[in-house]
Design a protein around this ligand. Sequence first.
Ligand code: PMP
Ligand code: GLN
Length: 383
Amino acid sequence: LNRRLDGLGTTIFAEMSALATATGAINLGQGFPDTDGPESVREAAVRALRDGRGNQYPPGPGVPELRAAIAGHQRRFYGQVHELDPDTDVLVTAGATEAIAASMLAFLEPGDEVIAFEPFYDSYAACVAMAGAKRVPLTLRAPSFRPDLDRLRDLITPRTRLLLLNSPHNPTGMVLTAEERTAIAALAVEHDLLVVTDEVYEHVVFDGDHVPLATLPGMRERTVAISSAGKTFSFTGWKVGWAMGDARLVAAVRTAKQFLTYVSSGPFQYAVAEALRLPDAYFATLTADLRRRRDLLADGLGAAGFQVYRPAGTYFVTTDIAPFGERDAYAFCRALPERCGVVAVPNSVFYDDPEAGRSQVRFAFCKRDDVLKEAADRLRTLG
Ligand code: PMP
Ligand code: GLN
């Protein structure tokens, strides 16, 4: 392993899912739904396979049908003032993960600083490191996990190249407010920063709203927005994601993507194009279902004795284990399957300074109601 990958090891998601498999525990660790996305979309994938659409290398930027559907989705939900040109402003990637990696490789020089919220989604640290840059954390603190914007201003230095932002935020469930979005955009413009926005939970917002930062004044020309079919359509295994923005920026990300995967898997792209055109009711139902599940699990965790930070978005709930007199989230998560047959993820691994999230544990609620109820019952035996 070279020094850039030092300490990155195996992702916590793989580690905890392996623990769930080995113990047969209910897996509320890794964030993937236990019910697949719409039948009609699966049928579309089968049709594409049968009809021979996408079985050979599709175009590098993605199939035109999907790029047009992505631009149409942005128009429908965000009324983007500056329309995205599907030919130049949209790039299909192997999940949001590749879009993040390609963006970091495209924009960063060794020694550049990248400001990102912490706790952070784990690939951020790895991708910034692989690009030879330095991640500078803006720590979100319990109980509100709101970003301290004065602190953000203080963190900006002449070496700051890019803000890597995530809202709705994994793992805390924080959703940026209109005031916060405006203030962050103003700082980005003032300091002429690039901005990469990870919006994979754009349709999983319970309180507040999601507005892409790219739609704010002065932001279009400096922002690459990233999303994915994994969360919105419950197909995390398909690995279809995308990057959007100004043609110049997207061309840079495309250059990096060309040499990572060259192109993304073909038939699923046709199916995701259909998914993006599902009626509004699909998206409303997704949110409503997950809201009910949030409440089910959050209430269950509260009854079991956890301190619960009810999320405004995403399908994760962060808790604190201090009420049990425990403070090591990692040790707690390693032992949890044995103690009560449930798997969760320690947030401590998402901080540069593990002390900051020492006793935080994350549970995923993108699971069937009966599974969540059973998990809550098991957790109640912890005492
Ligand atoms: N960003 C965040 C914040 C995530 O939670 C995830 C979850 N998987 C990803 C990116 C990666 O998305 P994908 O599976 O589309 O690569
Ligand atoms: N995004 C999901 C999570 O946060 C899973 C990601 C992964 O397994 N890499 O749990």
